[in-house]
Ligand binder design. Structure first.
Ligand code: HEC
Length: 267
């Protein structure tokens, strides 16, 4: 009896380890040869986001990327959701979170005036979505040498190589030399991109005193965009693990019951 239990235990352990290993390999796959794999804390079955890095990443998005790229799937209040960069347990409703309110105030959104029906500019509130940067794709292309800056809210999910690709892209410029607005970037497919190098050392001044090197800013904005594309990842992993544990114990109990029930029957 003990022997077979230990055999079953071993079999379940082997299956579970290979399942976990499989999921890690799946996450690491993708990307070109020049895309270096980085050591992200949010990878793997127990990975979580780094909240300080996300908060710094928001600052990079706001001060640098937001002049060209939108975040159409995100509202300001999401920043204060549980698991978000500015979550505060004192304000379970992120609409009341003073940090989120202050951030929203930095942005202007368009509203319909309720009396005249005119479109008017107004200060954003936490419930607002991040505003569009350009009125449409034609206007976006016209301002960017014919290329449209894509929405960044789910860019990590939308590109092969994900976080590693985005990091490689942001750190993949050797110089800011260009031919008619086309820059060389070793990570971009084809090597020629119409985005000028957006980052350079000390471009932002981090509130927490972290030195703003290009690599640091690239790392932080990737952390922020990894969260924006998959804000429920941490909860999902926790629930997944709990389910796994439950099924494991359940399988063990079931097996022991089976042995107990059939113990006096010859077979
Ligand atoms: C001055 C405008 C501008 C700024 C600022 C800017 N970008 Fe871009 N970005 C572009 C344009 C234009 C493209 C499209 C380039 C192309 O298709 O050749 C682009 C493309 C991209 C892409 C898509 C690459 C791909 O695989 O298709 C990503 C990701 C990106 N930018 C991230 C960022 C991040 C992150 C920042 C801030 C650190 C940033 N950008 C700042 C203009 C900008």
């Amino acid at each position: 009896m003990l022997k077979s239990i230990s055999k079953t235990f071993a079999a379940i352990a082997v299956i579970s380890t290979s399942l976990f290993a499989g999921s890690m390999v799946a996450q690491a796959a993708g990307g070109g040869e020049h895309i270096e794999v980085q050591d992200w804390g949010f990878k793997g079955p127990f990975g979580t986001y780094d909240r300080d890095a996300m908060a710094r990443g928001y600052q990079v998005y706001k001060e640098v990327c937001s002049s060209c790229h939108a975040l159409e799937h995100l509202s300001f209040r999401h920043l204060g959701d549980k698991g978000g960069p500015f979550y505060d347990a004192e304000y379970p409703n992120p609409n009341d979170n003073p940090v989120v309110k202050a951030f929203a105030k930095d942005w202007t959104v368009e509203r319909i005036d309720q009396e005249s029906g005119d479109v008017i500019d107004d200060t954003a509130i936490p419930a607002d979505k991040f505003p569009d940067v350009f009125p449409n794709a034609i206007a976006a292309a016209a301002s960017n040498g014919g290329a449209v800056p894509p929405d960044l809210s789910i860019i990590i999910q939308a590109r092969t190589g994900g976080a590693d690709y985005l990091y490689a892209l942001l750190t993949g410029y050797e110089s800011d030399e260009n031919h008619d607005g086309v820059y060389h970037n070793s990570a971009f497919p084809g090597g020629a991109i119409k985005m000028a190098p957006p980052l350079s050392d000390d471009l932002v001044e981090y509130a927490d005193g972290t030195k703003a090197t290009t690599e640091q800013m690239a790392h932080d904005v990737v952390e922020f965009l990894a969260w924006s594309g998959d804000p429920k990842m941490e909860v999902r992993k926790k629930v997944g693990f709990a389910t796994f544990l439950f099924l494991f114990i359940f399988a063990l109990l079931l097996f022991m019951t089976y042995k107990e029930v059939w113990k006096d029957v010859e077979h």
